[in-house]
Design a protein around this ligand. Structure first.
Ligand code: ADP
Ligand code: MG
Length: 588
């Protein structure tokens, strides 16, 4: 379905939903309330978990905090002010959770968030017992079930609309990149922590408002109701069932599950949470992409022989440029600026002084110093394990040096995160290719262009990214998921992503490794063309043929130390280098 059709269907659906209370049947209202409540929570939950794959089990904490905002303050503060207050408290709590937990990944994040929700429930119980003397609070208002129903419908509409906007913004792309490969995202200039914390805070605020809206429905509120762990599991199960990354997923999941649990709860009130857990596992194993993820597979089955020629649609088709591609485009500087001959006598771009990095007992980089001038291609060679990649990781901010200084354009890079260094103009590729298999080539390059700071809008970034891919000979792959590219094209894509930052310094870690001889020639020509355009390049390379042809100067490393420095001819004739390489046969 096109996004236009979605936009048209949704208001109709919401309108029909809003009409349900006029049926005058309390059962329908109660059931509808339960569906809406779960749909809002699952949608908000999915906005964060869908793209990032961070599975949070803290929904109950945010919901409960919202409900308690009403429970504790409704007598003193007008209701209308309580919703924004709940949103604020939820967001602040989320920022705290985010800053403390988002560095932990995978299972640990999930366990931590679950523990947090339980902790808050216990704290609230303790607070009420010791401060107010009773465990619960009474909420006596004149808010009717219908009003709650309509408020939730409006909140659902807002949440869906917000999610739709988010997916089309630069933050939507950033979230996807975080889910696919967080470190690579940072090297593209994505401020991963900030993006995660902001989106977590926004979605948690929605959960808190949901709690505030629903609270008057329970005349009596206690921590076991407000912070019920089921509230944490349901959104996850619903979003998983419907399809995590899909717009309709949470809605599609909410309806059958709420009906199912309504029945289960009535028939098996004691074993009901157990059944929920089993269902959770079954969904993950049987339909990891959810109900909506099954649709494309069903369509494929129906077509007798799937046409192999058609390139698969982009995961994020809505991100295609809607404006003419070759419009008033920004100049693609990194690639098409007037040719400038390399000037190894240029000003100092990068200065490394007395650098040291040890991992336990292994000194990977030992008292290393060198200087790179603007416009040159600087080689770092040496046997495996001699510390080359570690040097690159130190420059690009993956590790902090134990000792020594790295100055870029005269300024220290100490304590700078990878994303800050990327934004300052140092781009890199990885020794082992790090691409996002599910994302299209265009989606790889757009964020780097955006976060490199030289384009102003998403539209401009798309134009720029498209031109860059075309110039690298990848025009036909713009909407192809990167996982389907062959090896050299994946390497080219990594290069495009790095170049999209419009870097002053490009770090290539064995970029030519693994290519066959003819691809190697294409690759070397590509690097030469970059150098011809004035990009300063650090080339970590094993292949002496490439070093001789491409590098102006190089250093040779052995056991973390520099053992030679000079032109390729000079260093390769150096007795120490000959000794180190004796027996190594990769010299071409
Ligand atoms: P090269 O790129 O020259 O092959 P590396 O920089 O990858 O070498 O590695 C240099 C040394 O540091 C090796 O002995 C390697 O095992 C060690 N090393 C690199 N990264 C780490 C790490 N994250 N933890 C522990 N040891 C590491
Ligand atoms: Mg290496």
């Amino acid at each position: 379905m096109t996004s236009i059709a979605r936009v048209a269907v949704l208001p109709v659906l919401l309108l029909l939903t809003a009409l349900v209370p006029f049926a005058g049947n309390d059962f329908y209202i109660a059931l509808g309330l339960s569906i809406l409540l779960n749909a809002v929570l699952a949608t908000a939950w999915g906005l964060f978990a869908g793209p990032t794959k961070y599975i949070s089990l803290a929904t109950a904490a945010f919901f409960g905090v919202g409900a308690y905002t009403v429970g504790l303050f409704y007598e003193r503060v007008p209701m209308i002010a309580l919703y924004p207050l709940a949103a604020l408290i939820g967001a602040v709590l989320a920022v705290f959770v985010g800053l403390t937990t988002l560095r932990i990944q995978g299972m640990y994040f999930t366990i931590f968030t679950f523990g947090l929700a339980e902790l808050i429930r216990q704290l609230m119980t303790w607070y009420q017992r010791s401060v107010t003397g009773s465990v619960g609070v009474y909420i006596i208002t004149d808010i009717t079930a219908r009003q709650i129903y309509w408020s939730l419908t409006a909140l659902l509409a807002l949440t869906l609309f917000g999610g739709w906007l988010l997916a089309r913004s630069r933050y939507g792309l950033a979230l996807l990149m975080i889910g696919e490969d967080e470190l690579a995202a940072r090297h593209s200039g994505v401020r991963t922590t900030a993006v995660k914390v902001v989106v977590l805070a926004l979605t948690s605020a929605i959960m808190a408002v949901t709690g505030a809206i629903v609270a008057p429905r329970w005349t009596y509120l206690d921590p076991n109701i407000a912070f019920n762990p089921t509230l944490s599991f349901m959104p996850a199960v619903i979003a998983l069932l419907g399809g995590m990354q899909r717009f309709w997923g949470p809605l599609v999941g909410a309806v059958p599950l709420v009906f199912l649990f309504d029945q289960l709860n009535a028939r098996f009130p004691t074993t009901y949470t157990f059944i929920l857990g089993v269902l959770f596992m079954m969904i993950v194993f049987a339909i990891p992409d959810g109900i909506l993820g099954l649709l494309p597979k069903l369509q494929q089955l129906r077509r007798a022989a799937p046409a192999p020629a058609a390139p698969p649609a982009s995961l994020s088709a809505p991100l295609e440029p809607s404006t003419p591609v070759r419009g008033a485009s920004p100049s693609v500087d990194g690639m098409s600026s007037p040719t400038r001959s390399p000037s190894p006598d240029g000003s100092v771009l990068l200065e490394v002084q007395g650098l040291r990095k040890a991992f336990g007992g292994i000194v990977a980089v030992d008292d290393l110093s060198f200087t790179i001038r603007e416009g040159e291609v600087f080689g770092i060679i040496g046997p495996n394990g001699s510390g080359k990649t570690t040097v690159l990781n130190l420059i690009s901010g993956v590790y902090e040096p134990d000792r020594g200084k790295i100055l870029f354009l005269g300024r220290s890079l100490a304590h700078k995160a990878p994303e800050e260094i990327a934004r300052a103009g140092i781009a890199r590729t990885f020794q082992l290719v790090r691409i996002y298999p599910a994302l299209t080539c265009l989606d790889h390059v757009v964020p780097a262009a955006l976060f490199g700071g030289h384009v102003r809008s998403l539209g401009e970034a798309r134009v720029y990214a498209r031109e860059l891919l075309e110039e690298l000979g990848m025009g036909q792959f713009i909407h192809v998921p990167a996982g389907q590219l062959n090896f050299i094209d994946q390497k080219r894509l990594e290069l495009a992503r790095a170049l999209a930052l419009r870097p002053k310094l490009l770090l290539l870690d064995e970029w030519l490794a693994g290519l066959n001889p003819s691809e190697m020639l294409i690759g070397m020509e590509l690097i030469e063309s970059l150098r011809g355009r004035g990009t300063t390049i650090v080339l970590i390379e094993h292949l002496m043929q490439a070093v001789r042809r491409l590098c102006d100067r190089c250093i040779v490393m052995s056991f973390g130390q520099k053992i030679a420095e000079g032109t390729p001819e000079e260093v390769l004739a150096h007795p120490e280098v000959v000794r180190v390489y004796l027996g190594e046969t990769d010299d071409a």
